[in-house]
Design a protein around this ligand. Structure first.
Ligand SMILES: Nc1ncnc2c1ncn2[C@@H]1O[C@H](COP(=O)(O)OP(=O)(O)OP(=O)(O)O)[C@@H](O)[C@H]1O
Ligand SMILES: [Mg+2]
Length: 364
């Protein structure tokens, strides 16, 4: 699962990537600095993992990770190939969620491709290009399904109706993610089409250092503009945090963050939000050799969770011993949790909860 950083050229996408990842992307004050996507595997900060480490004192600790892709900037006309657009749209299609970066800082030295800072117009420009790309997709699909629908094929007629609804919405500037579908229609017709505007989105307002804690009027405008989208809006002093992230020493980084009024890096918040946006959650294994956070889909069953460790664990799954994270923390060890009768045994149908500390029993 990966999240793609999307936005106009020169708004701070690569700089944001550098806040998040230790892989360094080139960032510079000119449009189209990035062409080939930069890919980074980013650790998901999790206080619970730190606590488990403290309690269990393992040899190794392995956090959950999420993949972040820094993509080239899109401009008006990208869907028609403007500014190398088509290639970049393909890069976006390959991601599972969109981190939409909006320039929310004034700075005359930093070029804005459309002349003036205006995050709302910028957002609309990007949305429109993505919607135009989806229109192309829907038109191609309609072409195929039309003939079958005409001959009376019921399934094709159903699909045609769904596609027509998508088409007219896109033409009205409405993204697929905001539409409602019958659950089966969604699974059969919408999901497989992989519409770009169906991917979950989060808005990241790139602000100046002085607005790192409070945001600014641009951020307020963005929040107002997207209030019906059910999407998260975060703000982050991207350039400042990228500078801080350059420092190797943790204490030093904390000091600089406190200087600008933050007790935690905005990028840490962002990574956790991206993880959620990708509909991922964490369970833990807590052995003396290794304490580890594992990533599963929200709604995964115990055998599916076991399968993330090894496919044999899933195939031969017998049962799982489960400790709720809060119990582990309050009793302080597996032994004490057991003593208190708080360890549960769960079977094949158990839906894993975020933070569960798990141990699997299986046959090979
Ligand atoms: N909050 C900010 N305040 C001031 N300058 C910033 C801020 N964020 C980024 N910049 C500067 O803006 C310029 C463009 O940044 P960056 O290269 O990250 O943009 P980009 O969106 O990746 O562009 P491209 O689409 O061309 O790859 C850089 O000089 C960067 O230092
Ligand atoms: Mg870039």
């Amino acid at each position: 699962m990966k999240a793609g950083i999307v936005g106009l050229p020169n708004v701070g996408k690569s700089t944001l990537f550098n806040c998040l990842s230790n892989a360094k992307a080139q960032s510079a004050n000119f449009p189209f600095c990035t062409i080939e996507p930069n890919i980074g595997v980013v650790n998901v900060p999790d206080k619970r993992l730190e606590k488990l480490e403290e309690l269990v004192k393992p040899v190794r600790v392995q956090p959950a990770t999420v993949e972040i892709v820094d993509i080239a900037g899109l401009v008006k006309g990208a869907s028609k190939g403007e500014g190398l657009g088509n290639q970049f749209l393909a890069n976006i299609r390959e991601t599972d969620a969109i981190l939409h970066v909006l320039r929310c800082f004034d700075n005359d030295n930093i070029v804005h491709v459309d002349g003036k800072v205006n995050p709302i117009r910028d957002k609309e420009t990007i949305d429109m290009e993505l919607q135009l790309k989806d229109l192309e997709t829907v038109d191609k699909k309609l072409e195929k399904v039309k003939r079958a629908a005409k001959t009376g094929n019921k399934e094709a007629q159903k699909e045609e109706a769904v596609l027509l609804k998508i088409k007219s919405s896109l033409e009205a500037g409405i993204s697929v993610r905001t539409l409602e579908f019958d659950a089966d229609d969604y699974i059969d017709f919408v999901k497989p089409a992989q519409f770009i505007t169906d991917k979950p989105v989060m808005y990241i307002c790139n602000v100046d250092e002085a607005s790192a804690v409070t945001g600014n009027s641009y951020v307020d405008l963005v929040k107002e503009a997207v209030k019906d989208e059910n999407a998260e809006v975060l703000f982050l002093a991207v350039a400042t945090e990228a500078d801080i992230n350059e420092l190797d020493d943790y204490e030093e980084r904390q000091m600089f963050l406190q200087d600008i009024g933050l007790d935690e890096a905005g990028s840490a918040k962002l990574i956790r939000a991206a993880y959620k946006l990708l509909k991922q959650q964490t369970y833990f294994t807590a052995g003396v050799k290794e304490v580890r956070a594992w990533t599963i889909d929200i709604g995964a069953t115990a055998p599916q969770a076991a399968g993330v460790i090894h496919t044999d664990f899933e195939k031969g799954f017998i049962r799982a011993e489960v400790i709720a994270y809060n119990d582990f923390e309050s009793y302080g060890s597996e032994a004490k949790v057991k003593e208190a009768g708080k360890m549960r045994v769960e079977g094949k149908n158990y839906i894993v909860k975020d933070g569960d500390v798990m141990h699997f029993l299986f046959n090979v």
